[in-house]
Design a binder for this molecule. Sequence first.
Ligand code: IDC
Length: 515
Amino acid sequence: MKKSLRFTAALAVLCMVLVCSAFKFSDVAPGQWYTENIESMADLGLLNGYEDGTFRPEGTITYAEFVSVAARCVAGSVPPSGTHWASGYMKRAYESGWYDYDEIYEADFDKPITRQMAVKIVDLAFNIPQNEQEDNAYYKYMTSIKDFNEIPGRYGYLVVRAYNNGILTGDENGNFNPMSNLTRAEACAIIMRANGKGSAVNVTAAPNPTEPPAQAISGGVSQNGRLSVSGVQLVNQNGEPVVLRGMSSHGIQWYGNFTSYNAIKNTADFGANLFRAAMYTAENGYIDQRESVKNAAYAAVDNAVANDMYVILDWHILSDGDPLRYADEAAEFFAEASAKYAGVPNVIFEICNEPNGNITWSGNVKPYAERIIPIIRQNSDAVILVGSPTWSQDIDKAADDPLSFSNIMYTCHFYAGTHGSWLRDRIDYARSKGAPIFISEWGTSAADGSGGVFLGESAEWMSFLAERNISWANWSLCDKNETSAALQGGTAPEAVWTEADLSESGRFVFGEFRR
Ligand code: IDC
């Protein structure tokens, strides 16, 4: 009896293994031209699928992903040596001459790689052998590749060598399409074919550069260090996914007393590793009383830093809906703030809380971001958060027309009583297009900061965000008589808070810090 049980169990395991290997990815059917290569790449841990079980063979692959896969094939894992998760690989590739300085700029690391660049990387990484008949081959392919005259000279002979070694072929019309994006399926095919021709694959259970493990790390700055953005995920100094959760202040011109060291420490003691200093621009904020509001913002940042927390310095536009309206002031402020906090890994810059009114992404917010981000970048590689029109809900517009900087994330704001599944769908859409999302403000109330509280809806949101390792800050840490406020009226900022000091919203939100 025991024996047959064991046998049945063994059979079940065997069946599972067989079934799993037959359907590794839900969208990679057996017998396609790419199936074997995709599965080999996944088995080697070089390029994995997505959390939803798909591989997305027709999706694109970024310069950073492609170069790091090639580098890991021939040289094993390399730790990051800069702010981008792939900086170590990119540096090694550049120093090995796989690409020239004018071919891949750092701002392009996360853009889809072109076919001509992929051919060059693969040729040099794997030392594709010069074939004896290459002279003849050049003539042969020069005439048979229909769009050969569109291939720049520095890639032409490499394309010929790739064709001649069977590493790739053209499309059904005989074109090479040098500037088209390489698909993930093609990437697997050319890497695996090149591997058969050139140097051997040298990979031992390497981490997957595109899909970080599902379990994210929380914890403070001493544990995680400098943050960067890898794909759509916020990662720590070791390239591991990290999730930040904490409170946003209310307007510091009104409730600055809740941004003291002790007030922020209370949230850290409940498990928060993030604080957000909301520096209103209008409504008696920075524009009207520049020095005092700025100093209050800096003090809040310093108090969060002293608590080992990450901290968002938020240019809180609201009634002044168009970020271009005070762009000069923003430019001046972020030049100063980024210099002040240049070496401080805690600080995250949020350059426009909630653009709103009669404005667009491409006409207002994007040009504003394109002006402010380079100013910050002169001093700092910190993560930068960018809003979008309709109170930072038009993330789909941003995802369709993204900014070309690294280490940036798009903010999405929601209030559980007002915004539901349609906005969650939008987040998934934006992420599927490669746009990293950060919830720099959300409330358990309706969008006016009151009503509810909507704890069922909030719980739905919290699960959604947790499943995706998305970071968040909750509105707001104050004792104002509105349901979104986390504290009971009259709570002393300097006291040690217990559950009894928390509002209904606060009890729910503080309970989520350590989720
Ligand atoms: C609200 C405050 C409220 C204040 C109002 C105007 O909760 O006390 O009177 O601003 O300054 C946002 C904004 C945030 C809003 C919040 C709630 O970023 O400033 O705070 N909200 O309305 N976006 C959506 C909601």
